[in-house]
Design a protein around this ligand. Structure first.
Ligand code: AMP
Ligand code: ZN
Length: 135
């Protein structure tokens, strides 16, 4: 499944050039053209879908092994794997993609805000029961 208007589907087809690092039946990996650090690369399923929840499980199975390989070949000791879903979650391209972003120092690579929320054991337990019942 692909979309005629999607930039990453065009990259998969070769209609838009990319620095392709890996390709298989289900997965494609290439350098990010606006890198946050040296070696910043993307792994995508060939199956077109905007959000992680749109992609069949079998199209996701190779993603992490390829992200792991990208991390290894970059030589990064520290790195982040990032996958954004939705505009306010910083998603710009509506074709699922996993970033492998080396974190060579404090200033380069991914910067993260981590605004923890107040909670307590009773609230966590209630949430846990709700989620567990839906798993
Ligand atoms: P996100 O904010 O998670 O949607 O990230 C989209 C990423 O795609 C950004 O890091 C862009 O630099 C990258 N990107 C957009 N167009 C291209 C392209 N033609 N080739 C490689 N990377 C791209
Ligand atoms: Zn697409």
């Amino acid at each position: 499944m692909s979309s005629a208007t999607c930039i990453f589907c065009k990259i998969i087809k070769g209609d838009i050039p990319s620095f392709k690092l890996f390709e298989s039946d289900k997965v494609f990996a290439f350098l990010d053209i606006q890198p946050l650090s040296r070696g910043h690369a993307l792994v995508i399923p060939k199956y077109h879908g905007a959000k992680l929840t749109d992609i069949p499980d079998e199209d996701l199975q190779e993603i992490l092994p390829v992200a792991k390989k990208l991390a290894k070949i970059s030589g990064a000791e520290d790195f982040n794997i990032l996958q954004n879903n939705g505009r306010i979650a910083h998603q710009v391209v509506d074709h699922v993609h996993f970033h492998m972003i080396p974190k060579p120092n404090e200033t380069e690579g991914l910067g993260i805000g981590w605004p923890t929320q107040k909670t307590d054991m009773d609230k966590l337990k209630a949430l846990f029961e709700e989620l567990k019942s839906k798993m």
